[in-house]
Design a protein around this ligand. Structure first.
Ligand SMILES: Nc1ncnc2c1ncn2[C@@H]1O[C@H](COP(=O)(O)OP(=O)(O)OP(=O)(O)O)[C@@H](O)[C@H]1O
Length: 242
């Protein structure tokens, strides 16, 4: 695994009058779990699409180690985007760029508690199950960086907590660099090693915090409070977001 450096000087959509991203610098350490927290519409999806190589129309650079290239990506979208005519297992296998021993998929299905559902078609899955399939699919390609764009949005609270716990366990078994986007500070603190707070457009990274270990309710609350204080001190303009 390699460190990744993202420098975006300017990203302006052709039809827009002002940049969506300006002077954004972000370093991703190998196998680090990073949460990006930012206001609605600040440019998070735009950033993930640039990192994924889906949008090359920007001024900046992405370095994987010392190479100017795009990292190998696993992408978990808000919508799980499963092919309805393929089973759970086939949806995972289709994402692979090279065949994997069946045990690899078996282990991922087991970790996400989907072994029993592997021959099922997506229409029979709950939203929480579909999200778990999407997470497996992203891990299965063994990416340089896993991009997760609010993958637990619109799940009820207990289901979101369950899927979060499974994700963390899987990540501890198979460490990968993760870039996880959320609006939810509590979700971010429950998951991340490091939180990066983003400004409204034009988006840039305005503050960051390392989450204290061990993770427990008290440490999480302390992290949230420290984060609030740090942000309010340096960026009073975002008070309404906290
Ligand atoms: N195709 C496009 N053309 C023009 N402007 C766009 C386009 N896509 C996004 N934008 C603008 O760029 C900015 C960032 O949008 P983006 O969807 O990346 O934000 P976001 O943080 O992911 O939003 P949300 O929190 O709602 O998911 C917004 O001002 C949006 O209106």
């Amino acid at each position: 695994m390699t460190d990744i450096q993202i420098n975006i000087n300017n990203k302006t959509y052709p039809t827009a009058t002002k940049p969506s991203i300006a002077n954004l610098e972000l370093s991703l350490n190998s196998n680090e779990f990073i949460c990006l927290v930012g206001p609605s519409g600040c440019g998070k999806t735009t950033l993930l699409n640039i990192i994924a190589g889906l949008d090359n129309d920007y001024d900046g650079e992405i370095l994987v180690g010392r190479r100017h290239t795009h990292p190998k990506i696993g992408y978990v979208f808000q919508n799980p985007r499963l092919l309805p005519w393929r089973t759970v297992r086939e949806n995972i296998e289709l994402a692979l760029d090279r065949p994997q021993p069946p045990e690899v998929i078996d282990a991922l299905l087991g970790a996400m508690q989907l072994t029993q559902a592997q021959q099922v078609y997506p229409e029979r899955l709950s939203l929480g199950m579909s999200r778990r399939v999407a997470i497996i699919r992203a891990f299965a390609v063994d990416p340089d960086v896993l991009l997760m764009d609010e993958p637990f949005v619109s799940l009820d609270a207990p289901t979101a907590r369950h899927v979060r716990e499974l994700l963390l366990k899987l990540w501890q078994q198979r460490p990968h660099t993760v870039l996880f986007v959320t609006h939810d500070l509590r979700e971010a603190v429950a998951l991340a090693d490091r939180l990066v707070f983003l400004s409204a457009t034009p988006m840039r990274a305005i503050s960051e915090i390392i989450v204290p270990i061990p993770r427990n309710e008290r440490n999480n609350e302390l992290a949230i409070e420290a984060f609030r204080q740090q942000l309010l001190q340096h960026h009073p303009e975002i008070k309404q977001l906290l």
